[in-house]
Write a protein that binds this ligand. Sequence first.
Ligand code: 13P
Length: 256
Amino acid sequence: MRKPMIAGNWKMYKTAGQAVFLVQDLAMLVKDVKDVEILVCPPCIALKSVSTVIEVDKLRIKLGAQNVYWEEEGAFTGEISPVMLKDLRVDYVIAGHSERRHIFGETNEMVNKKLRAVLAHGMKSILCVGETLDEREEEKTADIIKEQIFEGLAGVSFEEMKDVVMAYEPVWAIGTGLTATPEQANDVIGDIRGLVGSLYNEEIAMDIRILYGGSVKPGNIAELMAEPEIDGALVGGASLNAESFAKIVKYEKVEE
Ligand code: 13P
């Protein structure tokens, strides 16, 4: 059985101090949740303080970074290495978020280098894929996703795949209030699982967790999670508030 995961991507929101309050508030609200893996991905400037709170308060919340550079150290002004993230007890690193791809020009090759660097340093990674609105309207969704997956996972071993989570985030659904219907998300996630199966094997395809991301809210999480292929959510805006994020984490009990 795949353990559900609810991950909060805080993007460029929250100072270090605010991030500490948010993770503490969240931890209190979700303290009874045991069957869902909960992840928070604060801005890198807040990783240290959030990591300390998680350790000192023994919180059952995992720590994620939103980005990484693939070299261990060097003259790369402004970048952060996998060694530095590992040192802060980061569990997961997001690779290939659409904002990195589209605003900062990250290619599949760069995403692949980041993913492999994360895995090589003993952390786990969430590989994000997803099509833009134009690509969907031109019926290119399947091709785009296939390319993102094949190039993104190039050189990742069978063994390393146990440390990979994937996220399907249609770009047109991010921060727009538009959500893919649960059926749309389930279909593409099923295709992603099939592609992983063709690259690796059936067992890896069945074991890998694939999240949905894009305008996930307390009001739509239950129907998304009811779909057989969807193993969790990567949440942006609604993860910035402890109450709404906690409701998403407790999706089974949310009624609207
Ligand atoms: P929203 O939940 O704000 O649409 O963001 C989704 C996302 O990009 C998570 O990584």
